[in-house]
Design a binder for this molecule. Sequence first.
Ligand SMILES: [Zn+2]
Ligand SMILES: [Zn+2]
Length: 94
Amino acid sequence: MRPVDTRARRAVRDEVFRRDGYRCQRCGRGREELAQLGLQLEAHHVNNLPADHRPENLVTLCSDGACHPRGDHLGNTPKSSGLIFTYKLGDISD
Ligand SMILES: [Zn+2]
Ligand SMILES: [Zn+2]
């Protein structure tokens, strides 16, 4: 089962990726170069609040651990929100 807000999250993701030119904002690699390395674009929550889907709270990073460290926001996720997802965008298939 997909989360109810999958479509909304995907729309925000696409908006953020487009805004950032489909490039990791840390290493500067584009989508095709990343794909050749087995990496992908991901959206990172700047304030570490995964429930905050405002585009200004999201930045395009790649799945390289040097750019987007694993679990960088899990530890900061408010448990009360019940929202434990890393916004790993590869999980949302098109
Ligand atoms: Zn990167
Ligand atoms: Zn992140």
